[in-house]
Design a protein around this ligand. Structure first.
Ligand SMILES: *[C@@H]1O[C@H](CO)[C@@H](O)[C@H](O)[C@H]1NC(C)=O
Ligand SMILES: *[C@@H]1O[C@H](CO)[C@@H](O)[C@H](O)[C@H]1NC(C)=O
Ligand SMILES: *[C@@H]1O[C@H](CO)[C@@H](O)[C@H](O)[C@H]1NC(C)=O
Ligand SMILES: *[C@@H]1O[C@H](CO)[C@@H](O)[C@H](O)[C@H]1NC(C)=O
Ligand SMILES: [Zn+2]
Length: 441
């Protein structure tokens, strides 16, 4: 949608309230649930009665396109900031420092404040600054401080956490219900590490993955029952979504992508490397070696796409961040990048181009603000943030999403609509209100 059309939509949405003043509304509550690695079509080969009921009673997107890079932390942070990865800076699941060469795994990175607090303020903090209480249950990025401020209620999993314990999932749901009913929390983000782990281990086409999707579905049923039991049906909007999809790894292919076999490539030319992490890689060549390394790598393998930082496809909205190294790369669907040795345990992987259908993920929503039985066309995950701000009636931070994109999901007059847009929108509205005044005379 072009800008003028959007401005008009915003204006039309606000116009009726101009004369009457802001409608007084009870504070709406919002629960965002993420089931990690839930591919868009995981419900097509498994019975999912609870997800089906939710779609009948609410809104379902055909699929959602995640941000690139299609990894857990970058994509989850896009959901809570509305920014593409190059604009929020959480560019990888791993913390890395190219000077000290320190690289920390996912769980350790969850606790590294300076990795997350890199100039963007996620929705929890924005909501708190506007008077709401918020909570994060295991959600990536929800357990550090931003500009010195922590999420009101926060839980972080232990390092050896068992992500697939269904009994614990229900206890976590119970805790979140208490946050809403006893602690006065308005927004909670709740994270489950499945079906990602099972998809990695057994592959997305395995029976194990299908069984895990059934467990997810039972949990959605339990969650919706809990919402009813706690009398939250009329005040709580529920979004069920995920970070990215999953694809089968070509483990036995004759054309594996292996750096240690590339002719004329040597790690002696490399200052810093982040390889062996699915299909994504980053390199800093030693001083004076950039052109040589690039020349050696650019056609080294037909399934590997190597770019200088400034030439990386802009449509992926990934490389224009100071944390991205001088060379970066990704491989074709199903192919992972092997660095110094070829080791690959996983049968399923993600991180691939977000245009690949296997990387697409789910979006479902139900509650007092949402229309019933509506299936919408696919959209990008950057738009979810603006939707959440509308549902909570808070003013968003600057972001890459658009308030009009997901508004057709909402019942008319359902959510508070007085969130302010970017300065241009406000200026336009100012002019519009003046016009309204004049026409009234
Ligand atoms: C990276 O490491 C260098 C050298 O140890 C240190 O000076 C710098 O502060 C570190 N940067 C970050 C962001 O941790
Ligand atoms: C973001 O992190 C990088 C290091 O990774 C640092 O150099 C930069 O100053 C940080 N920016 C902000 C706004 O925190
Ligand atoms: C992180 O989570 C723990 C509980 O799991 C909590 O005690 C702590 O306050 C949280 N820290 C932040 C900064 O949210
Ligand atoms: C490797 O380097 C040699 C010597 O510079 C050159 O002749 C050869 O074409 C290079 N091979 C590849 C595949 O780049
Ligand atoms: Zn994963």
């Amino acid at each position: 949608m072009g800008r003028p059309a959007v401005l008009l939509t915003v204006a039309l949405a606000i116009l009726p309230t101009c004369g009457t003043g802001a409608p007084v509304q009870r504070q709406r509550k919002l629960l965002l649930v993420s089931f990690d690695g839930f591919r868009w079509n995981y419900d097509q080969d498994v019975d999912t009665p609870h997800l089906d009921t939710m779609a009948r009673e609410g809104v379902k997107a055909r699929y959602m396109t995640p941000a690139f890079v299609t990894m857990t932390s970058p994509c989850h942070f896009t959901l809570v900031t509305g920014k593409y990865v190059e604009n929020h800076g959480v560019v990888h699941n791993m913390f890395y420092n190219t000077t000290s060469k320190v690289r920390l795994p996912y769980h350790a990175t969850l606790g590294i404040q300076r990795w997350w607090d890199n100039g963007s303020v996620p929705i929890w903090i924005t909501a708190q600054r506007q008077g709401l209480k918020t909570g994060s249950f295991f959600y990536p990025g929800g357990n550090v401080t931003y500009q010195g401020e922590a999420v009101t209620m926060s839980r972080k999993e232990g390092i050896l956490h068992n992500y697939k314990d269904e009994k614990e999932w229900r206890e976590n749901v119970d805790t979140v219900m208490k946050w809403f009913t006893e602690e006065g929390v308005a927004l909670v983000t709740l994270y489950f590490g499945e079906p990602d782990s099972t998809g990695h281990r057994y592959g997305p086409e395995s029976q194990e993955r299908k069984d895990m999707v059934k467990q997810v579905d039972r949990t959605v049923g339990y969650l919706r029952d809990s919402i009813r039991h706690h009398q939250l049906t009329d005040s709580l909007d529920l979004i069920v979504t995920s970070d990215h999809g999953m694809t089968t790894v070509h483990k036995k292919a004759s054309d594996l992508v292996e750096f240690h076999r590339f002719p004329n490539f040597t790690f002696q030319d490399i200052e810093f490397e982040l390889l062996d992490y699915g299909p994504n890689g980053m390199l800093i060549p030693k001083e004076g070696k950039l052109e040589k390394v690039y020349a050696v790598l650019k056609d080294a393998h037909p399934r590997l796409h190597v770019y200088k930082k400034e030439d990386f496809p802009q449509s992926l909205h990934y490389a224009a961040h100071p944390r991205i190294t001088s060379l970066l790369m990704y491989s074709d669907l199903g192919y992972v990048i092997h660095g110094r040795v070829s080791v690959q345990f996983n049968n399923g992987e993600h991180g691939f181009d977000n245009r690949d259908m296997d990387m697409k993920t789910i979006f479902r929503a139900v509650g007092p603000s949402f229309k019933a039985g509506l299936e919408v066309e696919p959209f990008e995950s950057v738009h979810v943030y603006e939707l959440m701000c509308q549902l909570l009636g808070i003013v968003p931070e600057p972001n890459d999403g658009h308030p009009a994109t997901l508004r057709p999901m909402l019942r008319s007059g359902s959510a508070p609509r007085l969130g302010r847009g970017p300065p241009l929108t406000m200026a336009f509205l100012g002019i519009l209100m003046v016009l309204v005044k004049f026409t009234k005379h």
